[in-house]
Design a binder for this molecule. Structure first.
Ligand code: THG
Length: 369
């Protein structure tokens, strides 16, 4: 296989950290929300995985863009887009929310931050939520302003994250609870810090609005982090599959509903909140689903997925694998697959053909155990 470069341009946006991470040796990018998202820093995937699980990494995740909804009808619009009940949402909290269309299909799976009922941020995965929100607001005549402010998130992830953060922000930062956010002072600038992030290793996300102060903080994190073996990093394929953190566009899309994605915990159909696709989700819940995201384990030492691959039993398609990687922890390939009924219940063994060779795999629950 040959390698090609992606040509950068203004349309393919850089982040405020791009020049930093390029000096620090970023080796690959992916594109996310029309923006550069680092995907590798040299070294093997296993080395960076071990590093993330033992030390602390700083990630440029500015491509997790904020869609800001402000105005009298802001709550109504945010609620219209998600099946998660936000009627009792609290200021200072973050909410993982499926955003769905009129059929119940997944549009996005952002983290939603409530500031007050008239100001929200939707921290989006890779799809154009701003356009969807604008269309709804115009069609429904809602009094809101919808923008994408230039907020650049840096994540601090890993078991040593709080040792490092404490050096800069003091003991106070240790009291921040999971999926809560607060403003913390760094010199003369306040930064919004949330205890969240796309890894299961713990840490925070710093929503940088003042880029000058943010870059100063970025540099200081590396300086103060030396004793904790800090390194630049990025969302990690092995770690996120092992932790079953879903990736919109990879694991799911507009043709999958939240029940099929295992997100039923974030679907509230019992009260009278109004959101798009509610009728359909009620029907889907009554009738049951025909496919479901499941884990798969395959007896293989490596895999490099660029598109989904069918899974078969006796030459009949029973589903498709959508993300996969070799896991050092399980010592085999693990993956996330959309499995048809009844196989997501019966969990039979299946065949997968890669480069004309047939391998055996099995279906399991996610998270993997
Ligand atoms: N942080 C922020 N914005 C984001 C992401 C993020 N936007 C894009 C993308 N990631 C959105 N997708 C996810 C997927 C999973 C989680 C967060 C964002 C996640 N899930 C928790 C878990 O599965 O353990 C559960 C959350 C809960 O229980 O409420 O963290 O990472 N800012």
């Amino acid at each position: 296989m040959s390698n090609q470069y992606v040509a950068k341009s203004r349309r393919l946006r850089s982040t405020i950290y791009s020049s930093r991470i390029e000096n620090q040796g970023v080796t690959s990018y992916t594109i996310y929300n029309h923006m550069l998202l680092p995907a590798g820093f040299g070294g093997s995937l296993e080395e960076t995985y071990n590093h993330l699980k033992n030390y602390v990494q700083i990630w440029d995740v500015a491509a997790e863009r904020q869609i800001e909804i402000i105005g009298r009808d802001a709550y109504q619009l945010v609620q219209l887009m998600t099946c998660r009940d936000l009627s009792n949402a609290k200021e200072g909290k973050c909410y993982y929310c499926p955003i769905i269309d009129e059929n119940g299909g997944m549009i996005n799976d952002p983290v939603v931050l409530k500031f007050n009922s008239e100001k929200w941020w939707i921290s989006i995965a890779d799809s154009d939520v701003m356009l969807f929100a604008k269309g709804l607001a115009i069609g429904k005549n809602l009094e809101v302003s919808i923008t994408e402010p230039d907020v650049n998130i840096m994540a601090v992830q890993g078991p040593k994250a709080f040792n490092l953060l404490e050096k800069i922000f003091g003991k106070e930062i240790l009291d921040l609870k999971f999926y809560n956010y607060k403003y913390y002072n760094f010199k003369k600038t306040k930064h919004l810090i949330a205890r969240s992030g796309w890894s299961k290793q713990g840490g925070v996300e710093i929503y940088v609005e003042d880029s000058k102060s943010g870059l100063e903080l970025y540099d200081l994190l590396f300086e103060e982090g030396k004793e904790f073996n800090v390194k630049p990093g990025c969302p990690h394929l092995i770690e996120r599959i092992e932790g079953a953190l879903l990736s919109y566009g990879n694991d799911m899309g507009i043709n999958d509903n939240p029940f099929e994605c295992g997100l039923e915990k974030f679907v509230n159909l019992e009260n009278d909140i109004e959101f798009l696709g509610k009728e359909n989700l009620i029907k889907i819940k009554e009738n049951g689903i025909n496919k479901k995201l499941m884990g798969v384990k395959i007896n293989l030492e490596k895999i490099n997925l660029r598109s989904s691959i069918d899974l078969q039993i006796d030459d009949k398609k029973i589903g498709e694998i959508r993300s996969a990687v070799f896991s050092p922890t399980f010592n085999m390939v693990i993956g996330i697959a959309m499995i048809n009924k009844p196989y997501f219940i019966t969990k039979d063994k299946f065949d997968i053909i890669i480069e004309n060779k047939k391998y055996k795999g099995e279906i399991c629950d996610i998270p993997f155990v």
